[in-house]
Structure formats: structure tokens, C-alpha cells
Design a protein around this ligand. Sequence first.
Ligand SMILES: NC(=O)c1ccc[n+]([C@@H]2O[C@H](COP(=O)([O-])OP(=O)(O)OC[C@H]3O[C@@H](n4cnc5c(N)ncnc54)[C@H](O)[C@@H]3O)[C@@H](O)[C@H]2O)c1
Ligand SMILES: [Zn+2]
Length: 352
Amino acid sequence: MNQITVHTSRPYNILIGNGLLKDIGRYVKEVSGCHKVAVITDDIVAGLYLQTVTDSLRQADLRVCSYVFPNGEASKCHRTLLPIYDFLIREQLTRSDLIVALGGGVVGDLAGFAAATYLRGIDFVQVPTTFLAQIDSSVGGKTGVDTDGGKNLVGAFHQPILVLCDLDTLSTLPEENFKDGVGEAIKCGMIRDAKLFEVMRSGQVREHLPYVVSTCIDIKRKVVESDELDKGERMLLNFGHTVGHAIENHMHYQLTHGKCVGIGMAVITKAAAAAGIGDPSIHDAVVQALQNNGMPVSLDIDYSDACEACLHDKKRSSNILKCILIRSIGDGYIYAMPAENFKPFVLKGVEK
Ligand SMILES: NC(=O)c1ccc[n+]([C@@H]2O[C@H](COP(=O)([O-])OP(=O)(O)OC[C@H]3O[C@@H](n4cnc5c(N)ncnc54)[C@H](O)[C@@H]3O)[C@@H](O)[C@H]2O)c1
Ligand SMILES: [Zn+2]
């Protein structure tokens, strides 16, 4: 088992290994004096892992209740959140009790936000069960929900007190969901770790899961520790994301996040090469890594339209747009440009 300590405003451990779920009761006891645990999960994950988690918590003499909602991004909104508050109140969870978020990023963000806000904040433990949630969404303390006006516009920073990454759970994850994590792991390698990138490029990801998950988490840990509240360096994690988000939006979320980010990385590295500020071999490497993992490398859409939409990003604070470029594999940096230059820049990256 691997252990990584995240030194944010409140430090916590991330445990990475096999067979951790069946011992969750013991791990929870080590970090919390709670009497009652509310496990929040979605219907698919509940069918696979809720019993194991509940049994282990009960064996540790904890009282357990659970709340299950329908899986999928559509549940990450107030229509699921408000009944969760009602459930926590009905179950009389107190400020010294605990929420366990068992599932992918949707569960983590939603249950994490419920934990951040119920009684003005109670402790929570993340038990990520998708590749993406293990290497990305469960680390860093961002929680939140979508609104009809956009994704992740309402949220809070709330660090978990423990993260349990049980690698065995990934054995039931459908390949298409797995690919979302692959996109983010390729990104981590590109911005910070050439060795990780080479493993990703080999396409042998499942064979190297402990190494890949631990390394990605450690990269995110370092970036998050230096910029907990997302005001500077954390932006590096957005490599491929500005274009990726534009594509996601343009496709009405019919193409999943990790694949859009993958195409975003391919587009932005080609654009940088065309603008003379990036080595063309970086683009070739991204394309190889995506292809070797069965991911799309391009998409025939109207990028002019897609860029327009992303330029209206509600989270952008000035007329300067910061995108992430790559100096050499493992060395990402923030590149600022006037927002109006972004569209012509991207269009260079999609010229045939
Ligand atoms: N907070 C952050 O920093 C952060 C970072 C990245 C992404 N996110 C958010 O994460 C969400 C996406 O997360 P996701 O990709 O994990 O999606 P998800 O939670 O929707 O999970 C994908 C699907 O896999 C199923 N599933 C989960 N674990 C499984 C398992 N072990 N076996 C079989 N099926 C399983 C789920 O039921 C779901 O149908 C988005 O809402 C995104 O905004 C948050
Ligand atoms: Zn992402």
C-alpha cells in the first residue's frame, strides 16, 4: 500500500492499494471519533460495493446509514443535493459525524459539497471508485454541483479527512469510463513527469496501475499544495482543458470529459507548434499516447463556434486568457494571451 500525505490547510492522507474497502471501518476509526457514518453513493456503485463498505464500518462499531441516487452527471445538482440534506437531518447526523463519498467524481463532488455545507461543514472521507476520481477529483478539495447555467458553478473548497483509493474497484469500471482517467493521466505526465508520460504512451496502463495512480496523485498533490485555492499554479492542471471544455460544450456533453481533454491537448500542442512556440514532436507524442490508449485524437467540428462559447467562460476574470503549453515532455507552463488571440491560435491547431 502507498500513502501520500497532502499538506493543505488541514493535512490528510491518501491510501492507495488493493483490498482497502473491506478495511474502511478500521481506517475511518484511525482518523475520526464519529459515531455515525452516512455513506452517499450512486446506484451502480451501491450494487457493487455498498455492502462491503457498510459491513466493514459496522464491524468497527459504527452506526451506518446510506443514501443512493441515480448515477450520472445529471444527478450532480440541487435536485439531488436537497434530498441529501433532508436525509442527513432525518438521520440526525451531528457535526462530529462523518460522510463517506463512495463512487466516481459525481459522488465525490456532490457528497463533498453536502459535507462542506451541512451544519456549515462536517468531515468527509473520499472513496473514489473511478480512475478519474482516484487521480483527479478526489484530490484537492474542490466540491460542488452543476446548475442549469453551467457545470461546477456552485461549490466550496472542503478537504476530506482521508482518501481511500482501492485499485480493485477499477476492475469493474467500463473501459469507456476508464479512458476519462487516461486523458487526465496523459495530461499529468505532459505537464510534470516524463516517465509517467512514457508509461501512458506505452498504452500499458492497467498493467502499471499502482505506479500510475500514485504518481498522478502526487503530481496533483504538489500543485494543490502550492495553490490550494486555485489562484495560480493549479492552472497547470488545465492543460488541454480550455479547448477540451469548448469541445465538451459544443458536443452537449455527448463526448466524455477525458476524451475531450485528449483532443484538446492534441489541438493546443499543434497550435503552439504552428505559432512557433512549441516543438512539433510534443504534438506527435500526445497523439501517440492517445492512439495507443484507444482515444480519439481529433474531431471534425466548427472550432470557431466552439471557441466563441468558451471565451464566455464565467470563471474568467479578465481579458487575458491563460492556457497551458508544454516546453518539453514533463514541463508545462502558463502562457497568457489576449482573449481575442485565442480563437486564431486554436484554429492554427486544427488546420489540416
Ligand atoms: N472536484 C474536482 O477537482 C474534479 C476534478 C475532475 C472532475 N470532477 C468531476 O468529476 C465528475 C466526473 O467523474 P467520473 O468520471 O468519475 O464520473 P461518474 O462519477 O459519473 O462515474 C462514471 C460512471 O461510472 C460508474 N462507476 C463508478 N465507479 C465504478 C466502478 N468501480 N465500477 C463500475 N462502474 C463504476 C458510475 O456509476 C457512473 O455511471 C464530473 O462531474 C467532474 O466535474 C471534479
Ligand atoms: Zn479534467
